[in-house]
Design a protein around this ligand. Structure first.
Ligand code: DGL
Length: 270
């Protein structure tokens, strides 16, 4: 089974990409909505919460976990990979979304000017900047924290004029900086992709994050048969949340366009 973790609902954008590209595998999604958002929390809190989520997903049989949450990928992934897995789950893997997105951006950028938008924690971590510069030290990377976008998406304000004007405030400076590629470094931003692309205009490519992450996962599975061969393939999809399961179900069914059945409520702790 593949575990997919997010701080809340937003990671369903990433799961949807997986279901389209790799439908045969079994997936268990966990959203820590009771403690979301992660985007303004400290390094220690994000690490502790993410590690608890990883323990939960492994306890349910995941062999591979994808941190769909950019904030968790930026702030907790490396430490989990370097310190937690070797001692506790040496034969299982946790992957994130930052490297796949950075690789895709470095590949498609025409003039080497890449913009990144994300939560405050993600942008302050400078992880996208570091990964992009590892791929190509000559890239110019311009990052912008957009802390108001997650609450607006969660409120269902995606089509409101207020949201469009806040979006403009956030992304027009990136347009003025003449970026040619924009990374949506947050699970929630694909909901706003069309508006962002419209504001950025035709000289900037806004990356389709869920499709990219799904494509990179497919590549990873080809390169790692020792992991792939242990993943169950019954097309099972299970959902769990730390908050109200009915609310999760309503949002999830609406977004995925399919019934998702019973949503398990879990209590994450040490
Ligand atoms: N999932 C988070 C991310 O992708 C956004 C929501 C939050 O701040 O928890 O960064």
């Amino acid at each position: 089974m593949i575990g997919v973790f997010d701080s809340g609902y937003g990671g369903l954008t990433v799961l949807k990409g997986f279901l389209e590209k790799l439908p045969d595998y079994d997936y268990l999604y966990l959203g820590d909505s009771a403690r979301a958002p992660y985007g303004n929390k400290s390094l220690k809190v994000i690490y502790d919460y993410t590690r608890q989520a990883v323990d939960f997903l492994f306890s349910r049989g995941a062999v591979l976990i994808i941190l769909a949450c950019n904030t968790a990928s930026a702030k907790a992934l490396r430490r989990i990979q370097q310190e937690w897995l070797p001692d506790h789950y040496p034969d299982r893997r946790v992957l994130g979304v930052v490297i796949p997105l950075a690789e895709a951006a470095a590949d498609v950028s025409r003039w080497g000017r890449i913009g990144v938008i994300g939560t405050r924690a993600t942008v302050e971590s400078r992880v996208f900047d570091q990964e992009l510069h590892k791929l190509n030290p000559k890239l110019k990377v311009i990052e912008k924290a957009c802390p108001l976008l997650v609450p607006l998406v969660e409120e269902g304000w995606v089509r409101k004029p207020e949201t469009r004007s806040i979006l403009k405030k956030y992304v027009l400076p990136l347009k003025s900086a003449a970026i040619d590629t924009l990374i949506l470094g947050c699970t929630h931003y694909p909901f706003l992709k069309n508006d962002i692309a419209r504001i950025m205009g035709k000289n900037c490519r806004v990356l389709d994050a869920p499709a990219i992450v799904a494509g990179k996962l497919a590549d990873y599975l080809v390169r790692h048969p020792e992991i792939e061969s242990r993943l169950s393939r019954k097309q099972a999809r299970s959902f769990s949340t730390t908050d109200d399961p009915e609310r999760f179900r309503t949002f999830g069914e609406d977004f995925l366009g399919r019934r998702i059945g019973e949503v398990l409520t879990v209590d994450l702790k040490e």
